[in-house]
Design a protein around this ligand. Structure first.
Ligand SMILES: C[S@@+](CC[C@H](N)C(=O)[O-])C[C@H]1O[C@@H](n2cnc3c(N)ncnc32)[C@H](O)[C@@H]1O
Length: 362
């Protein structure tokens, strides 16, 4: 079609332009969500206990009087994104009506709930240190730096967390918020812990997952193994202890190794090295243990378009931050075989991630 003079050209041109504008500005969804969390809007609405009017919200947020009129524009965006819903207007004594807002089921579960809420993760992912790295993507493709994050900051993300404690804490809190969901996984898949006396949570951060496991299974000795600066000063507790080290060097011996959101941080070659260290760790106790992996498995053919899209977004985030990637089942299988494991089982999906068990050669 001639998009300047052809018949129906202006409709088609409008459609194409709308598509472009939506793509140019789709960061608006991310940033309005970031702002809502930064201001504490979901918690304020939740604590209000009933639909909140714009005036009530503005007063609780201590909004500058000149900005109050802009609040409804932010709220309108959040309504469009499905995190806020507009309820029937509140009618005041003088019969004046005022629009009111409530949380949606989605925002109650994924933003506010103490166990399933992921607001700290939203803040860690949308921190300027991460978002600014996107501007280095083009130069990174032509250059020699390991990642766009290194190009932008002169160091990798884990060193950055160490040298910028404020972001380090935000990163750990983001990871911990995702890890709290493990309490649900453990409830549903108790049997994966059958027969285990010891478990090492490699790259376990501040220990959220290990704490949940150690409380659910008091007979399992749990070790959180992470970089020394991450676990420094974290106190041991009953059947939970912290050990600092480097998973590329050696991993403490245990019946099982758990790695949640670890291997997607690393290239295939690096993953094979980590998996070999895991294999040494589970074999050194004299019996063949197993590795439990919690990570994304891309399954484009069988999953919904939106799920694949979210996984591809995570894959792009890995390209920005680290040398890793999100993997398909075939790519996971190759890693396991290259590291000398003979079989594996994808036990179940859990959110965007899957639970995978890997066993060494018999
Ligand atoms: C994406 S976070 C995952 C944290 C945790 N497993 C979770 O899901 O909440 C990756 C973790 O790997 C740790 N890590 C990075 N390099 C490491 C290394 N060489 N040895 C041990 N841990 C490492 C980081 O400090 C960080 O805590």
């Amino acid at each position: 079609m001639d998009l300047v003079n052809g018949q129906g050209a202006s409709d088609e041109l409008s459609r194409l332009q709308s598509h472009l504008y939506k793509n140019i500005l789709s960061f608006t969804d991310s940033m309005s969500l970031y702002c809502a969390i930064q201001l504490g809007i979901p918690e304020i609405i939740h604590n209000h206990g009933q639909p909140i009017t714009l005036k009530q919200l503005a007063s609780k947020l201590r909004i500058h009087p000149q900005k109050t009129r802009c609040m409804h524009r932010l709220m309108r965006l959040l309504v469009h994104s499905g995190f806020i819903t507009k309820t029937a207007p509140v009618v005041h004594e003088d019969q004046e009506e005022e629009e009111a807002y409530a949380l949606t089921a989605s925002s109650r579960v994924v933003l506010v709930d103490k166990v399933t809420g992921l607001s700290p993760l939203v803040q860690a992912i949308l921190d300027p240190a991460v978002v600014n790295s996107w501007y280095s993507l083009g130069d990174w493709f032509r250059g020699t730096e390991l990642t766009p994050f290194v190009k932008a900051h002169g160091m990798g993300i884990f060193d950055y967390c160490n040298q910028n404690p404020e972001y380090g804490v935000a990163f750990d809190e983001g990871m911990a918020s995702d890890s709290r969901l493990m309490s649900k996984v453990i409830k549903d898949y108790k049997t994966i812990f059958d027969g285990l006396d010891s478990l090492v949570d490699v790259g376990g951060g501040s220990g959220t997952v290990s704490r949940i496991i150690s409380e659910a299974f008091p007979h399992i000795k749990c070790t959180v193994f992470d970089l020394p600066h991450v676990v420094a000063n974290l106190p041991d507790d009953k059947n939970l202890k912290y050990v600092g080290g480097d998973m590329f060097q050696s991993i403490p011996a245990a019946d099982a190794i758990l790695m949640k959101w670890i291997l997607h941080d690393w290239s295939d070659e690096e993953c094979v090295e980590i998996l070999k260290r895991c294999k040494e760790a589970i074999r050194s106790k004299g019996k063949d243990g197993k590795i439990i992996i919690i990570d994304v498995v891309i399954n484009e053919e069988e999953e919904q378009h939106d799920i694949t899209k979210a996984k591809l977004f995570l894959d792009a985030l890995m390209m920005i931050l680290v040398t890793g990637k999100e993997r398909t089942k075939k790519e996971w299988e190759k890693l396991f075989l290259d590291a000398g494991f003979s079989h594996y089982k994808i036990v179940a999906p859990y959110g965007l991630k899957s639970l995978i068990e890997v066993y060494p050669n018999s």
